[in-house]
Write a protein that binds this ligand. Structure first.
Ligand code: BG6
Length: 470
């Protein structure tokens, strides 16, 4: 991929895109042969929050939604394929109606000259596989690779960009919050990283298979990556920030790109008697499948300090457990940053830092697969949505991305979250992200009509001018 030397412009073929995921957007959870995923039967949905059964009903608004994406001017569109639409129980019969649905979507996108970017797996493992221990069962590796093969065979003639697993790092670090079933075991930490190992093997095998079957396609992982700041200039806080970055970021990319496990994380697991089992040949598998680019989701940075000594993990509350790893790092607020209405820190400069650090470390082209602002949007009586706060958020983040490009980072595309309103992972439809408003409330489905927000017209103009309007 060539770099553009003109500082004022984004690269000529830059993929201006937008993202969704199947379980948060499609609805039609049990229609046309689809099997249930863990998300469809999730019983831990917080009170007052909708489930994932109807969501934005994209399944029944397909043509209308793709027309909106075309009007927005997208060069690419990132969506995920529901494993349970293709193989209802995860590893058995193929459901032709599921195959047909994504054929219709892909053909419509191509008709509108929109490049499809396909995520194979976005938090929605088939419930039937979960009954057999899901990702904790090594047989799920084969089930996933078979699913990937079916996707390559059916869509590989038209899909050039593939993403393996969305936010594997968030599944491991906060899976219970985003509706995943986590391993049950006396040695939870070991089981957790055993599950991570199986997912890594599935990913490497899939990347290899993609290259074997589709020599012109490109494939990459899609973790959530963000720079980690030390809370102070104390040397031990710098160590804490590095520790957190290894556990949160580099473990996943070192395995995907370099085919090795991050040494800091391995040392930490051993210290905690939680080293997972690696069978002979596993590391060869990890080395055999490599990505062509790194896709990553970015919402915010984190800040870490070294925790006080003597903290015992079992004595922490569940909230504290999410933030503190004894003798390793403690995540703290960053007083220099503002927050969204939902309490997420906002850090455009951290986006630039994340680009720089990731590119320096791996040297692969970068594709942003999520970035965006969740907010309580309001619709006026004349059906307008004045989301100037979202425009401000995007302006600053896209400028930061441009700064990184000007500093030499190779970025091939930007796919913000989300193209159209959808249901958040655990905070419902009230936490809106889209350029298009979907008229429904948490429990009142209303008419599900689509209305363009102010940010829709802003992004449309930005794409039309290839970023010059910034
Ligand atoms: C990412 C996920 O973590 O963040 C998306 O890939 C998710 O699925 C997005 O929706 C925003 O998070 P949330 O929790 O606000 O929906």
């Amino acid at each position: 991929m060539k770099k553009d030397n003109n500082k004022k412009l984004f690269p000529k073929d830059f993929l201006w895109s937008a993202s969704t995921s199947a379980y948060q957007f499609e609805g039609a959870w049990n229609v046309d042969g689809k099997g249930p995923s863990v998300q469809d039967i999730n019983e831990n949905i917080p009170e007052g929050t909708t489930d994932f059964k109807v969501t934005s009903d994209h399944y029944n608004h397909l043509e209308e939604d793709v027309k909106l994406l075309a009007e927005l001017g997208l060069k690419a569109y990132r969506f995920s394929i529901a494993w349970t639409r293709i193989i209802p129980d995860g590893d058995g019969e193929i459901n032709q109606k599921g195959i047909d649905f994504y054929n219709r979507l892909i053909n419509l996108l191509i008709k509108h000259k929109i490049e499809p970017i396909v995520t194979m797996y976005h938090f929605d493992i088939p419930a039937k596989l979960e009954d057999k221990d899901g990702w904790s069962n090594p047989k799920t590796i084969d089930a996933f690779v078979r699913f990937a093969k079916i996707l390559f065979e059916n869509y590989g003639d038209r899909v050039k960009y593939w993403l393996t697993i969305n936010e594997q790092n968030m599944i491991i670090l906060v899976g219970q919050i985003i509706g995943m079933k986590m391993p049950k075991s006396d040695n939870y930490l070991k089981s957790l990283y055993q599950m991570n190992h199986y997912m890594m093997l599935a990913q490497s095998k899939t990347m290899k298979l993609c290259h074997d079957l589709l020599p012109n396609a490109k494939i990459g992982p899609a973790p959530n990556i963000s720079a980690i700041y030390p809370a102070s200039s104390k040397p031990e806080d710098q160590i804490a920030a590095m520790n957190m970055s290894c556990l949160r970021n580099w473990l996943y990319l070192d395995a995907a790109v370099r085919g090795i496990y991050n040494p800091t994380v391995i040392a930490w697991l051993k210290k905690n008697n939680a080293m997972f089992d690696i069978k002979p040949g596993d590391m060869d598998i990890l080395k055999s499948g490599k990505p062509d680019f790194i896709a990553f989701n970015y919402y915010n940075t984190s800040t870490a300090k070294m925790p006080e000594s003597g903290i015992i993990k079992d004595q922490l509350t569940s909230q504290q457990k999410l933030k503190i790893e004894p003798d390793f790092y403690e995540q703290v607020d960053n007083p220099n940053l503002g927050k969204t209405q939902f309490g997420w820190e906002i850090d455009p400069t951290g986006f630039r830092t994340t680009f720089r650090e990731t590119y320096d470390r791996y040297g692969l082209p970068l594709l942003v697969t999520e970035n965006g602002l969740g907010a309580y949007d309001e619709i006026t009586k004349d059906f307008k949505i004045h989301d100037d706060y979202r425009i401000e958020y995007y302006t600053k983040h896209i400028q930061a991305m441009k700064d990184a490009i000007d500093e030499g980072v190779e970025v091939i595309g930007y796919s913000p979250w989300s193209a159209i309103d959808l249901v958040s992972t655990h905070e419902g439809i009230k936490k809106r992200y889209g350029f298009v408003y979907v008229n429904r409330d948490e429990f009142d489905l209303k008419d599900l009509k689509r209305y363009k927000k102010d940010s829709f017209f802003w992004y449309q103009n930005l794409i039309r001018t290839n970023g010059e309007s910034l």
